[in-house]
Structures are given as structure tokens and as C-alpha cells.
Design a protein around this ligand. Sequence first.
Ligand SMILES: *Cc1c(COP(=O)(O)O)cnc(C)c1O
Length: 404
Amino acid sequence: MFQVNDNYQKLPGSYLFSTIGKKVSAFSAANPDKKVIRLGIGDVTQPIAPAIIAAMHKAVDEMSKAETFHGYAPDLGYDFLRNAIVEHDYRARGCDISADEIFVSDGAKSDSGNIQELFDVHNRIAVCDPVYPVYVDSNVMAGRTGTYDAATERWSDVIYMPCTMENDFVPDFPKETPDMIYLCLPNNPTGTTITKAQLQEWVDYANKAGAVIIYDAAYEAYISEPDVAHSIYECEGARTCAIELKSFSKNAGFTGVRLGYAVVPKDLKCGEVSLNAMWARRHGTKFNGAPYIVQRAGEAVYSAEGKAQLKEQVAYYMKNASVIKAGLKEAGYTVFGGVNAPYIWLKTPAGMTSWEFFDHLLEHANVVGTPGSGFGPSGEGYFRLTAFGSYENTVAAIERIKAL
Ligand SMILES: *Cc1c(COP(=O)(O)O)cnc(C)c1O
């Protein structure tokens, strides 16, 4: 009789977005006259920019003729895209990264879930708390996290790095030494980030500890402050300790188009073993390439026209972020984030848990957000609002919250 991978049985139910969905449906059914505004899920709402749509149309037409048809893409990505990535995301910022260190994928969620395959099952992982759930859950599936304690909501073998207002949401170096460190900067869910100097300390720490940093830079396009690194490779020594994950979802609205990439430097080694070679082998075996049409769309992200249009799109969302932040401050809330990321992280009013505030907001303002406790125990007492809604809805939601 076959046996299943028992690690899957260890996963606690992730009820966050389904619980939110059920609560919102129940409220809407009971109050059909109320218009609910959703600032909960981190999905974009603006359409794909015209320069990117034009590139996709052109690529679709190429697929219609034998002379320009494209079948399987190269496993690791087309050169036109890998070269554009190197040029614009790395060389332009003085980072020493070459095209054969770029691995094009269908998105950063897949990469952040799959990358752990390269590492031994006994490695210890360190994660921020609160955290993007994929990092922990993918390691649970692999059997790397020990046992789950429902009371503390923690895994016995995971090293947690609390990020709260007490430490300005900057993780402290853990007491136990990790082998793999997950960092998402700018951060989802807190909307905060760290300076380049602080990131350099993490790179130095990882090199000293012999740890690898898995650096999720999905929100890089939202960085507005000059002392924040756009890539971990701006830090000295990152080539020997860091893997960077990027996504086209948040900077270009590709959540439904699907495109991302991982950077695995050739200097990243365990003894003589190259992680770059391992990831190439893994990609070649398990991934058959991102679609040609989508990679052409990705290339257009780096065109002059595409860049200008996306700059406007990011500015649109960041205008929402400042509307949320200013409005909440005016209403007396303590708020964080929203400067280098499209998320606002607020302290719930005294005496209210994250879920109590969720219910309060839904019932009295008809606004949906995300309870901070859904991202980890240190998220209790916080609440996330996203800037990814329309400007009109964002303004209306904040007016309602101010009127509470
Ligand atoms: C949205 C998001 C991603 C992007 O995932 P895709 O699969 O590229 O859409 C990755 N990491 C974090 C933390 C995110 O919030």
C-alpha cells in the first residue's frame, strides 16, 4: 500500500484568506445594501501597461507563422530576457551579475517554495515573524521544521525572528545559528524595509555563519528612499551567500501573466558544489520554461516606454499608500510601512486583537483588511491594508475609517 508524504499532514490549516472570504460573504449576504471595499488580498488591480500589451500581441502574432513560431523555451529563459534583466536590474546598479546566473521562472512564489530543494533536510531555517507563509510551509512539506505547537503557533526546528514596532521591524540576529535565512525586503506584510547598511550586516553575518540568504525582492520597484538597496548584490560579499528572487507581479501587474526569476551566483558554493549548477539541473529537470509570449512581455518591462508606464503605475499605488497612511494617522492610528512598499501595517486600537479589529472594520466601515496574526504570532495586534485597490475605493475606505 502506498504511503503519503506525512509532512503534509503536519501542516496546520491555512485559514487566513478562506476565513476572510467566509466572513465577508456572510456580512454581504446579511447586508446586501452595503458596498464592501476590499483592501485585504495583495493582488494588483491596474491593467497591464500598453507597451507590454503591444509586445504580447506581437509575440502572439509570431506564434501564428511557422517562420516565427516558438516551441519549448530554453529551460533557463530566453537570452533576450536574461540579458535585459542583467542590464537593467543589475549592471545599471553596479551589481556584478551575469546572464548565466539568471533563471527565468513562472514567478517568485514557485521559486521561494522550490529553492529549499537544494538544501539538506537537517538545515535550520530562520524566518521573520510575521512572514509570507510560503517560506515556512514549503519547508514543512520537505520535513525540515520539526513539530508544530498549536499553542505558540511555532515549529520546533524553525528559528523565528520577531519583527515588531519594538525593533522597528528590523530582525535581530538570531541566538541560534541558522543555515538558511529567508528575508523579504521591502517586506510583505509589514510594508517596512531596512537600509543598505543594515542589509550589509546580514550579508556579513551569513558569510561568517556559512548560511545562505534567500532574498525575496518582490517589492523592489516600490523602494523610494535612497539608502535602501534595490538588490542584495549591492552589498559586498553577497555573491557568496545570497540567492535573490524577483517577480514581475507587483512592478508590472503580472499576477495573472506569471513571470519571475531567481539569481544564483556562481560564487555561491558549499565546498566545491555550485548551487548555480544545482539550480540549473533542477530547472532543466522540473521546469520547461516560461512561455515565449510572457518572456517577450517581460522584455517590454525594460523598454523605455514600459519603464515610464510602470513608473506611473507604481506611483498610482504609492499615492494610495500615502492616502491610507495619512488618513489613518489623522484618525489617531499608529501606522508603519507604505513608504517603500504598497502595504500599510497598523497597530490595532488598544485592547483589540487583529481579528477583533477585522470584524470591527468590516461591520462598521465595510472595509476588508488582513489580520496581522494570520502572518505569524508576532503579527498579533497588527493589521494590514494594501495600496493595490483603485484610488476611488481607497479614498472612500479611508473616509469611512476616519468616520468610525
Ligand atoms: C506577491 C509576492 C510574491 C510574488 O509572487 P509571484 O509568484 O511572482 O506572483 C513573492 N513574494 C512575496 C513576499 C509576495 O508578496
